[in-house]
Unconditional design. Structure first.
Length: 485
């Protein structure tokens, strides 16, 4: 018999609990809703089964009975299942119905709480659900229900605390009218909080008498907050460079995750869309490293694949301790440092050509270089070594494979970290829409020109930091142009 763990995913990738994230990482099957941050699925095991059962107003993809049946069936297949729900499983998440179904079948289960949107979204948009002198309690109410049961609006109208209606946008006029009819002061402060924790999140303020007329300005999902606390605005005043910037990050999962983390540190809203995957070729790696004096890496992926090979093959690191290391750039050398080794050489410019040119000057005729890189690596590196008569073995350590997925951009920028990520995007009919492309270097930019007439931003340094810098420059230039107008 398998087991089921109900996990509250919170209100975004960064608001899941550590315990919840660990459950996602170990699951055999993930049954997930529409309102979770899909980036959480990237933490799953490579072969984990993903089952989407999302439900939204007016578009129910799965009946609750079918969801219960899926959980029971997969548990009887001896699988470890995570039922991943937005917010918390029991705050209008129907988690209780799923637990009852599991209990009927004597299936083991666990529950990991999540951060509810009823608290987190108002807080993120500056509204405390309680505040001394304003509200000593808060009541969370569903804005729509699948049953005939009606709320006791007379009791709700008589409460002095905060009223929080979830999923109530489509029913807002009825909610407000019923509260007023039952004695709630029509001038009570009210706010609609739309698309919380998204770049497009919006706070719309009014009163109980006026807020319904402003509902057309909001998008779902939305929360309605009614009470004196809606007069406050405690939105953060600490500003980050990319607070109002959204970025789609493509490429390998390894690089996408690293760039995404750095962009998030600057406040950006991120959509991570890995477009290529790495296929290692361990058979091409030499059995003996004694004849080599240098290892050369042209990407951080190459470093990872090589050390994955050493670890999986149980090869003692001491067998490569006589070697010196050349890395194409700072990001590659930082990856190498994660395994306890320091780069002996990094070129003045982070390109394959300059790496080959400057490394050739440093090497002696007796040196022998083992190059570990992608199958489609630039010939500019080895051309420079050939000019200087340097001995080398150019090992095709891995190849890239396009992920069959159409990426439909809806962000300010989209980043491309290699020519392969560009071709993968367009050959899978990806749509740039209004997103401005950002390329890690000229080779990547030249590949983009084959598919689009849009002039991309090109990083001066071929690193994640270089991509961030060129986006920041463009953002500041845009702001300046608006000011001068």
């Amino acid at each position: 018999m398998g087991s089921v763990t109900l996990v509250g995913a919170g209100c975004g990738k960064d608001l899941i609990t550590i315990k919840g994230l660990n459950a996602v990482k170990s699951a055999d099957v993930i049954v997930y809703d529409d309102l979770i941050d899909n980036d959480l699925l990237d933490f799953a095991k490579p072969k984990a089964e993903m089952i989407f059962v999302g439900k939204r107003f007016g578009n129910h993809s799965e009946k609750q009975e079918n969801i219960n049946r899926i959980l029971v069936q997969k548990a009887k297949e001896n699988k470890k299942i995570v039922r991943l729900k937005g917010g918390d499983s029991f705050v209008f998440g129907r988690g209780g119905e799923e637990i009852l179904a599991l209990q009927c079948e004597n299936i083991p289960f666990d529950i990991i709480p999540g951060i509810s949107s009823s608290i987190a979204v108002p807080e993120n948009l500056g509204i405390p659900v309680t505040h001394r002198g304003a509200a000593q309690s808060f009541t969370v109410v569903t804005g729509h229900t699948a049953t005939e049961t009606d709320e006791n609006y007379k009791a709700l109208a008589g409460l002095n605390g905060t009223l929080v209606f979830l999923m109530g946008l489509h029913n807002i006029k009825n909610i407000c009218n019923r509260l007023i009819e039952n004695g709630k002061d029509k001038n009570t402060a009210a706010s609609i909080l739309s698309k919380g924790f998204d770049k497009r999140q919006k706070r719309i303020d009014g009163t109980l008498n006026t807020i319904a007329d402003k509902a057309g300005l909001a998008e779902t999902p939305a929360i309605l907050v009614i009470g004196k606390v809606a007069e406050f605005n405690f939105q953060k005043t600490k500003k980050l460079p990319f607070d109002d910037v959204s970025v789609t990050v493509t490429g390998t999962k390894h690089f996408s995750d690293r760039l995404s983390d750095k962009l998030k540190e600057q406040g950006a809203h991120i959509s991570t869309e890995p477009s290529i995957e790495i296929v290692p070729n361990y058979s091409s790696i030499p059995n003996d490293f004694k004849s080599y004096t240098y290892l050369a890496f042209t990407s951080s992926v190459g470093v990872k694949v090589f050390f994955d090979y050493l670890i999986e093959s149980k090869i003692d690191y001491r067998k490569i301790c006589h070697l010196k290391f050349a890395c194409v750039g700072l990001g590659t050398s930082q990856k190498l440092a994660e395994y306890g080794f320091t780069a002996d050489f990094i070129p003045s410019e982070y390109t394959a050509k300059i790496l080959g040119k400057e490394l050739s000057v440093k090497l002696k005729s007796s040196d022998n270089v083992l190059i570990l890189r992608a199958k489609d690596g630039s010939s500019e590196f080895t051309d420079e070594l050939d000019k200087s008569g340097i001995n080398y073995n150019d090992v095709k350590l891995y190849k890239t494979k396009a992920i069959e997925k159409c990426i439909d951009c809806n962000t300010d920028y989209i980043t491309f970290a290699s020519a392969g990520s560009v071709s993968a995007f367009f050959e899978n009919e990806g749509k740039l829409n209004h997103s401005k492309p950002v390329c890690i270097g000229e080779i990547t930019a030249n590949e983009l020109k084959k598919y689009s007439d849009i002039k991309p931003l090109v990083a001066k340094k071929h690193t994640a930091e270089g991509i961030i810098s060129v986006i920041l420059e463009d953002k500041n230039e845009t702001i300046q142009k608006v000011k001068t107008k």
